[in-house]
Ligand binder design. Structure first.
Ligand SMILES: Cc1cc2nc3c(=O)[nH]c(=O)nc-3n(C[C@H](O)[C@H](O)[C@H](O)COP(=O)(O)OP(=O)(O)OC[C@H]3O[C@@H](n4cnc5c(N)ncnc54)[C@H](O)[C@@H]3O)c2cc1C
Ligand code: SF4
Length: 345
């Protein structure tokens, strides 16, 4: 048994003091951290519960964007009227993930920091460079159906499993963080990192840093033409094999004025290639341009054998997501929110 000290601060300054240095683990919804503690993957000596901090607001910014508090629940975010009207892509991505029960508990900040679902990472009996740096990678040469086709290294081929983050990448979100040293902002493209020689580091947060909020820049021009597609082994309650967030701004002449495309579950981070999006600009929204975009997005993709199928799957998924986005945003709010904004269990 591992004894754990539990703190439930009421103010951010106290939470930052307790979190300083990174020895204590912050806990928000607990839907990932508690699983990792039960498996023995994480053994923090102290937990700092951040759910009492005033970080659960969802507020419009003066610039026309939105600020999602770190402890806002995934369900409340997905069903928030401003998210639904301005960022339907984000609503769709969140609702494609997990289950209603988990989305009611999981927070926006925690979603960004959920760990990989590589099965070897969860099995403390086998080597894993992400869990135990320098021990080796059991996935390479092992079971690789869900693993990376882009951006992997010889040290780790894990994928980032989040659906929400794929939409946040496409929407060019900015992560607001603070520590005892002050506050800073991290562009979403720089928040998660590729594994390189240090796969134990999933992101660029520093020890003791707390996510306060996620800022969505104004993106009204994409609201009418966006789509989130998720391909998985069963219809619900499963992580993606491949997912795509696509958003288009289409002019009255049918030409693309701006485009965003991000792939999920294919790399250690949501995968975006701005040059592939630029290829669409000025082109008629149609399959010729969409296929060229998909080809550039997947340039350099390499499978591990069992996951080779992900390369053509991702290419077709990009084209289909762009076709769906061009046709118009689908309102896939499949579960009605109750009056408290929560999902029915
Ligand atoms: C069965 C199951 C199925 C799932 N399916 C999906 C899916 O299909 N798609 C998907 O995207 N997700 C899925 N999830 C993952 C789920 O979305 C995450 O577990 C959840 O978003 C994590 O949020 P949390 O608040 O519970 O985080 P916690 O478990 O509380 O924390 C996760 C990590 O984030 C850190 N942390 C939390 N908040 C902060 C903060 N504000 N600042 C700094 N550090 C912080 C914690 O220290 C911890 O390391 C699934 C989970 C389960 C259990
Ligand atoms: S792919 Fe990464 S997480 Fe999975 S076993 Fe290898 S090092 Fe560990």
């Amino acid at each position: 048994m591992n004894p754990v000290t539990f703190h439930a601060p009421q103010a951010s300054a106290e939470a930052l003091r307790l979190a300083a240095g990174g020895a204590a683990a912050l806990i928000a919804g607990g839907t990932n951290l508690i699983d990792l503690m039960k498996e023995g993957v994480m053994r923090p000596a102290a937990l700092v519960d951040i759910s009492n901090l005033p970080l659960d607001g969802i507020d419009a910014t003066a610039q026309g964007g939105l600020l999602l508090g770190a402890t806002a629940r995934n369900a409340d975010t997905a069903y928030h009227p401003l998210v639904r009207s301005r960022y339907p892509l984000l609503s769709a991505a969140i609702l494609a993930g997990a289950s209603p029960q988990i989305r009611n508990m999981a927070t926006d900040g925690g979603n960004l920091l959920q760990r990989t679902r590589c099965h070897y990472f969860y099995d403390i009996a086998v080597p894993c460079n992400k869990r135990a740096p320098g021990s080796g990678c059991s996935a390479i040469g092992g079971l690789t159906r869900q693993h990376a086709i882009l951006g992997a290294s010889e040290h780790c081929i894990a994928t980032h499993p989040s659906d929400m983050c794929v939409a946040l990448a496409a929407l060019s979100a900015v992560v607001h963080v603070s520590s005892q040293q002050g506050e800073r902002r991290i562009d979403f493209a720089d928040f998660h990192r590729l594994p390189g020689a240090n796969p134990e580091r999933d992101n660029t947060l520093l020890p003791g840093e707390l996510i306060n909020a996620i800022e969505l820049p104004p993106a009204g021009q994409f609201a009418a033409h966006s789509a989130y597609l998720k391909f998985r082994d069963r219809a619900s309650y499963a992580f993606a094999l491949v997912s795509v967030a696509a958003a288009l701004d289409i002019g009255p002449d049918g030409a693309v004025r701006a485009a965003r495309v991000a792939l999920g579950s294919v790399a250690h981070k949501p995968w975006r290639v701005p040059a592939a999006e630029d290829l669409l600009v000025g082109q008629q929204a149609g399959s010729t341009a969409f296929e060229a975009c998909a080809d550039l997005l997947l340039a350099g993709a390499r499978g591990q054998g069992q996951n080779d199928f992900k390369i053509p799957m991702a290419r077709r998924a990009v084209v289909r997501a762009l076709e769906q986005a061009a046709a118009g945003t689908i309102d896939n709010m499949h579960a009605p929110a109750d009056s408290a904004g929560k999902e029915p269990l």
